[in-house]
Design a protein around this ligand. Structure first.
Ligand code: HEC
Ligand code: HEC
Length: 256
């Protein structure tokens, strides 16, 4: 009861942050907001939220002063007459995005973050990390993992770091490995390209297109764990920062 009252007072007392103060958010809610942001916003606003001139979503720099309530409204209704689209989110989901945007600034300002060296990172990527055994960058490497040519335009540094430290934490739907076991016990793991009632089409780890009849399979389904190894013990903090710096600079094919 007292807590509720306190929250109400808070909500009325401050425009900024009031909406966030009315709910309680678990870190998981903020992560959900991050996922929604990555799938619905980064293609225009960039992974750091600063790709559109004069707007910096992660640092709370907008063209006008907005309260959290305003932001939720903008996220849900869009801005008519501009490319900013309406989104079909309920209020809670829209609020988790705002909570995520607020958390971005705190993330950036992490004390003790090491500066990485992209050139060293590139060498670690090809050498010690053996990243090319699964990933492709600008036409070189394997297709068994996602192509990283544009990864710097899609992910923030902290996300790239997390992808290496804890690959199971978040596997994007399109990146999930699919595993099929034939009736004779042969196992095929790959990326699911397509499936219908009778067949599954996979791109296997050797980049071969596999067309499998479901009647020949004993088991089939997504693999919950990432096939990517964790680099927690393989790279030290400096090496990790170097690889993150290299990845952050991958923003598509270099134009001649
Ligand atoms: C199709 C591209 C596109 C997508 C997708 C998109 N936005 Fe926008 N957004 C824009 C543009 C362009 C503007 C600037 C509109 C204007 O001219 O006022 C904008 C404006 C905004 C503003 C107001 C900023 C200000 O300073 O006035 C916020 C907040 C915002 N977007 C958040 C989001 C969030 C959060 C998402 C994902 C749920 C998202 N946008 C998805 C293109 C997009
Ligand atoms: C054994 C194969 C394998 C190796 C080796 C590997 N990865 Fe991965 N990686 C994957 C797969 C599969 C995924 C997609 C599933 C996931 O997100 O974990 C992935 C995902 C990623 C992602 C997230 C991509 C996204 O779209 O969010 C990054 C970043 C990444 N890897 C970087 C690296 C780096 C850097 C190295 C080397 C230090 C490396 N990987 C080594 C298989 C591998």
């Amino acid at each position: 009861m007292w807590r509720k009252l306190f929250v109400l007072v808070l909500a009325h007392g401050f425009a900024l942050g009031s909406l966030l103060a009315q709910h309680s958010y678990t870190p998981a809610d903020v992560e959900d907001g991050g996922r929604l942001f990555r799938t619905n916003c980064t293609n225009c606003h960039g992974p750091n939220g600063d790709a559109i001139p004069t707007i910096d979503l992660g640092r709370g720099r907008f063209r006008q002063v907005y309260s959290d309530t305003d932001l939720v409204r903008i996220i849900r209704n869009g801005i008519p007459g501009t490319p900013m689209p309406a989104n079909n989110f309920d209020e809670f989901r829209a609020t988790t995005i705002v909570a995520y945007l607020r958390s971005m600034a705190a993330d950036e300002a992490r004390p003790g973050a090491l500066a990485g060296d992209a050139t060293r990172g590139k060498a670690l990527f090809a050498g010690k990390g053996e990243c090319f055994t699964c990933h492709r960058v600008k036409g070189t490497g394997s297709r068994s993992g996602p192509d990283l040519t544009e990864i710097g335009a899609m992910r923030r540094g902290t996300e790239l770091e997390r992808a290496m430290l804890d690959p199971d934490a978040e596997v994007l739907a399109g990146n999930r490995a699919f595993r099929a076991v034939a009736t004779d016990g042969t196992e095929i793991i790959g990326t699911l390209l397509n499936q219908d009632a009778f067949s599954v089409q996979l791109l296997d780890s050797k980049d071969r297109l596999r067309y499998l009849q479901k009647s020949d399979l004993r088991e089939q389904g997504y693999v919950a764990k990432s096939p990517m190894p964790a680099y927690r013990d393989k790279f030290n903090a400096q090496e990790l920062a170097d690889v993150v710096s290299y990845l952050s600079n991958l923003k598509g094919l270099d134009l001649p």
